[in-house]
Design a binder for this molecule. Structure first.
Ligand SMILES: *[C@@H]1O[C@H](CO)[C@@H](O)[C@H](O)[C@H]1NC(C)=O
Ligand SMILES: *[C@@H]1O[C@H](CO)[C@@H](O)[C@H](O)[C@H]1NC(C)=O
Ligand SMILES: *[C@@H]1O[C@H](CO)[C@@H](O)[C@H](O)[C@H]1NC(C)=O
Ligand SMILES: *[C@@H]1O[C@H](CO)[C@@H](O)[C@H](O)[C@H]1NC(C)=O
Ligand SMILES: *[C@@H]1O[C@H](CO)[C@@H](O)[C@H](O)[C@H]1NC(C)=O
Ligand SMILES: *[C@@H]1O[C@H](CO)[C@@H](O)[C@H](O)[C@H]1NC(C)=O
Ligand SMILES: [Fe+2]
Length: 633
């Protein structure tokens, strides 16, 4: 915790100085008292919170280069036909799991002949005992699947083609929940065992039901594979998650020409004459190998982002070939007929992964599927519903501001009516956590939206806010790579009639431009701890940039599957943004609210023109205090 007194070092505005010092010292005492009471972690019940921004730390670089394919973590480690890029994915429930891997060498060049995917078998040998400390019969089961090959073809002079290794997908069934399994994958018919992986292991997710939750769900977005991405993945691995959600934009293979070379932060800037947005598909193979130490042990759940579009063929006739071929996702198991959206359960959490780059209109197939999926959710079995898709609906950064406003207008009401609890998105390369919100109105029953696109990719960090002077995007900016443009001016509140706010919007609780990842730990049917870890913090104690208990209020936010008008709120949102306490007690000031009022007065008295460097520093400290002790406000 910062010690404000130590910052009151040099002079400045004497009047403000003494008043602030007094107020700060008054603040610190109740701080510690309350800290002891609550464990120091705020909850969403204490919200909505006054918006807080922590500015980009200028001592950090805004990004770094991609790790080259020659790096040992990306280079091939086994000889074909041994499996590589081994990855697990959850199925619809804990009794089933997908295992995927690649055999054979990918090729880049001209006149390529694709591999025959049926030439190598797709088998997973598995059991509850390790062959290392049991007998040769440790693997009591074998599951078989199939393989596919995809090609990335660019029929333009001077561009090279790519064809992949054989990508195998096998679904294991009849698994026991929360149980450790040992496995080898590959082709057992190859003499000498060279077609099988070494022994690996995983623990199945807990059974669907409100009594158990995955220990830790890691959430990461827009990862890429730079020096910053590797820092993110190192920290994530230290956090020992039992499931990883990746909210799109995975490898940034489309920051390269088809001839490889060096990846660039901006493709169109570096290669204005490219006939099409090119890509260097071997980056996907390098990424698969880099991620393997994690993905061969823990299910990785992906959803497509714009960097997965990867147009190919004449004029981009074919898209998403790599995404569709490489990842197994439980689409069929969840009643979806496409890998672009799907759902699954992990203990008492129902996860819904949505596609922002396929039709999301009310008239479309995805919307109907979502309606059915939400209808089928049994909140006794899975009290938590967590949704994820790539581009955020709520975002106060200049980057991608209101870009997916059409999708919000089509889908938000459905999600709100079904009381989706948390929404994760990426796309914006920074962190932002929203106050509970519906239709741009603070609402205690709205989801908690979190943007976590700060994985550290080559495009660098986003630091501008739409409310910063001169940083409001113009109508021509932020057109989505799929779907329409629905930019709107706000109809109420301080930004009424305007496209951008002139301060951090009230629905944005906390934003910071740092790279990192998040961990969701669901405690029980109403409490979940969310922690955002920043890469620049030494791993271990005090390594969190943001932490909050996300608290469900099922008794207050009764599920009303048919009509929003039957809620205690109008369809436009609940009338009061403040959580209206059902006890009906008369409003009283808490000590925190009293201090808030005092500070508002001090800030008013010390007018902006007199803000010295010292004063700005104190304001920073106040922002930090507000961040760590929001219940005081
Ligand atoms: C990204 O990584 C580089 C070194 O790899 C470091 O210098 C830079 O500060 C990092 N940037 C951020 C925002 O963490
Ligand atoms: C790549 O594939 C396309 C489509 O088959 C073909 O037209 C083109 O000539 C190929 N390019 C090379 C360099 O072989
Ligand atoms: C979705 O609806 C909008 C508005 O009706 C329309 O402009 C758009 O083309 C539709 N998109 C698709 C993919 O059908
Ligand atoms: C929307 O707001 C912008 C300024 O933020 C203004 O220039 C524009 O005229 C507004 N549009 C409408 C339709 O009110
Ligand atoms: C859930 O956990 C929180 C925090 O530990 C606790 O206060 C609450 O009573 C628990 N609720 C239930 C229903 O067990
Ligand atoms: C959201 O707010 C807009 C503007 O105030 C309003 O026109 C619209 O009906 C609201 N939508 C819902 C679903 O309540
Ligand atoms: Fe993106």
């Amino acid at each position: 915790m910062p010690t404000p007194s130590s910052t009151v070092a040099d002079g400045g505005n004497r009047h403000c100085h003494s008043t602030l010092a007094l107020a700060l010292s008054l603040l610190v005492v109740p701080c510690f008292a309350l800290l002891a009471e609550s464990g120091g972690i705020p909850t969403t019940l204490d919200g909505p919170f006054p918006p807080v921004t922590r500015a980009f730390d200028r001592s950090l670089r805004q990004g770094s280069d991609d790790v080259p394919l020659t790096d040992p973590r990306l280079a091939p480690r086994v000889q074909p036909p041994a499996p590589e890029q081994i990855a697990l994915a959850a199925s619809a429930d804990a009794d089933s799991l997908w295992v995927s891997w690649v055999t054979g060498r990918a090729q880049v060049g001209a006149n390529l002949a694709p591999l025959d995917p049926a030439s190598v078998r797709s088998e997973v040998w598995y059991g509850e005992r390790s062959a290392l400390d049991a007998d040769a019969d440790a693997y009591t089961h074998v599951a078989r699947g199939s393989a596919e090959v995809y090609s990335q073809l660019y029929p333009y002079p001077g561009l090279l083609n790519y064809t992949s290794g054989a990508i195998h997908h096998v679904r294991l069934r009849g698994l026991r929940p929360a149980t450790r399994y040992y496995y080898r994958c590959g082709d057992s018919s190859i003499p000498g065992g060279g077609g099988l992986s070494e022994e690996l292991s995983f623990t199945t997710l807990p059974a669907t039901g409100a009594g158990s939750y995955p220990r830790r769900v890691a959430v990461v977005g827009d990862l890429g594979l730079t020096g910053n991405s590797t820092a993110t993945v190192d920290h994530l691995a230290h956090n020992d998650p039992s499931l990883v959600l990746m909210v799109g934009d995975m490898t940034y293979a489309n920051q390269y020409l088809t001839t490889g070379g060096k990846g660039v932060p901006c493709f169109s800037c570096a290669f204005p004459d490219a006939p099409i947005r090119e890509s260097y598909q071997p980056r996907w193979d390098g990424w698969g190998r880099f991620m393997e130490p994690i993905t061969s042990k823990i299910p990785l759940m992906v959803i497509e982002g714009n960097h997965e579009i990867e147009p190919q063929g004449h004029g981009g006739a074919v898209t998403f070939a790599s995404y569709l071929a490489r990842f197994a996702v439980p689409s069929k198991e969840s009643g979806s007929n496409t890998k672009f959206y799907y759902s699954f359960n992990a203990g008492g959490i129902h996860f819904i992964m949505l596609g922002a780059y396929v039709d999301y209109n009310r008239t479309g197939a995805q919307y109907s599927w979502l309606e059915n999926d939400l209808h089928r959710v049994d909140r006794q079995a899975t009290p938590w519903v967590v949704a994820a898709w790539h581009p955020p609906w709520y975002n106060s950064y200049s980057s991608h501001y209101q870009e997916f406003e059409c999708m919000r207008q089509e889908m938000e009401e459905l999600m709100y009516k079904h009381r989706v609890d948390i929404v994760f998105s990426g796309h914006v390369h920074a962190y932002e956590r929203m106050n509970r919100v519906f239709n741009y109105t603070l609402d205690p029953c709205g989801p908690v939206y979190i943007s976590i696109g700060d994985g550290g990719n080559i495009e660098k960090i986003d630091i501008d806010h739409a409310d910063d002077p001169g940083k409001c995007p113009s109508p021509g900016d932020n057109h989505p790579e799929f779907g329409g443009v629905c930019h709107l001016n706000f109809t109420s509140g301080p930004a009424k009639g305007k496209f951008c706010w002139d301060r951090q919007p009230e629905w944005s609780a906390y934003r910071e431009s740092s790279f990192g990842h998040g961990i969701l730990e669901v405690v029980n049917s109403t409490y979940a701890l969310w922690t955002w870890h920043r890469n620049q913090d030494a791993y271990g104690e005090n390594s969190m940039g943001d932490q909050i208990y996300i608290v469900r209020q099922p008794e207050k936010c009764l599920l009303q599957p048919t009509s929003a008008s039957s809620l205690n709120c109008s369809p436009g949102g609940c009338p009061s943004p403040m959580s209206s306490d059902s006890s009906g007690a008369l409003p009283t000031f808490t000590s925190g609210q009293l201090f808030q009022k005092i500070f508002v007065i001090i800030l008013f008295v010390c007018d902006r023109s007199k803000r010295t460097k010292w004063f700005s520093h104190v304001l920073d400290q106040l922002a930090l205090l507000r961040l760590h002790f929001p219940f005081l406000w």
